[in-house]
Ligand binder design. Sequence first.
Ligand code: UDP
Length: 412
Amino acid sequence: MELRAYGIPMAISARPRVGLPAAATTDTAPGTTAPRDLLFLIADTGGGHRASAMAVAHCLATGEAGLWSVHVLDPFADASPAVVGRVVALYSPLIRHAPWVWGALFRATNSRAAVAALRGTVLRLVEPGLDDVITALHPDAVVSFHPLLNHPAAHVLQRLPGASIPLITVITDLVDVHAAWTYAGVDALVTGSPAALDACRRAGMAPERCFDLGLPVDARFLRHTPPARAQLRRRLGLGHDRFVVLLSGGGEGSGGLERRATALLDANLDLQVAVICGRNARLRRRLESLVADSRLVVAGFVDNMADWMGAADLVVTKAGPGAITEALSCELPLLLTSYLPGQERGNVDLVVGLGAGRYVPGIRDLVGAVAELSAPGSPALAAMRAALPHAARPHATAQIAGLVSRLARRRR
Ligand code: UDP
């Protein structure tokens, strides 16, 4: 079973950069029916939207082999006027350098009226390109993994002649739900936690359309027999005997990773530090200039986060929903250092409430907590490890894939 990109050149529009998205599928045996198309909508802002979509795509491609071709599309980047892509690309510098501005934007748009205004203006720009893709593909279902994409998708689907195509929203935030997620014109909406489910119901979503199934997580994080840790560490360039602290800041490598990594290295603790810089090339360059320190391993955007988590003893991260869900799934204790104002505040309380991690915003708090947790036989680390097996929702991805499959089959 493998992912395969079709790379079909778009013949249905002269719009530049519009193309049928890459597809996750399995080869069809001769004589069997061709796989049916599903369209998953994401934005590469951060890493969580794509990771969630790929987890469900993998699950469908492996669980219902040969039945589905899942096309994953970032309409902002690949099916919209260039100006839309440029505006959306501001997300990365914004959350890295001025997260408070992001928080203000989140609050300013977090109402039904503000979302309606966005739907009637900016989001209209996404519709023509999306219309081209949906008309060409005629998928059996469209699934939005981004709060702003269910709106243009619903408009396009409402206008499409013929049998109705189901639209599903999978919320990729854990607790706090922005008003844009709760668009009533969808056939089903999946939440990541009971708190998010309550928020959606309070926002007026029909209860029979809401499913609290959890956040999707790739099966690699759920391996019950992970490759031997020593082998993983060797492969990743880590020493096999020292306590490993994994630092990550989501897809954009945000959250002050350089200060935190250097403080940990300067603290004279018996540990090694692995930093995943994501798309933050500047952070990577700066940390690589320190690499003379053999206790530091630096990586850019990795596609094997499950291996890094499998090799680590502790993860230090901003309170990203993806990172948290992955760490809970592979039973890795967490230290949360920051949260994106708006959608990540509630994640901190969730993790602390589960007993799976702590919130350590200050550098001194961080170093103190790592010193305590990395001490041989640390009771605090043992307590977190004991809480972890009850914290994850290991069936979320399969259940979401099942829901998508059920709704898509109903259309035939
Ligand atoms: N991620 C990844 N490679 C990297 C950095 C991050 O695959 O180098 C993934 C990570 O495993 C997680 C997602 O990106 O699935 C980050 O999601 P999260 O919700 O934590 O934060 P976001 O980046 O969306 O703000």
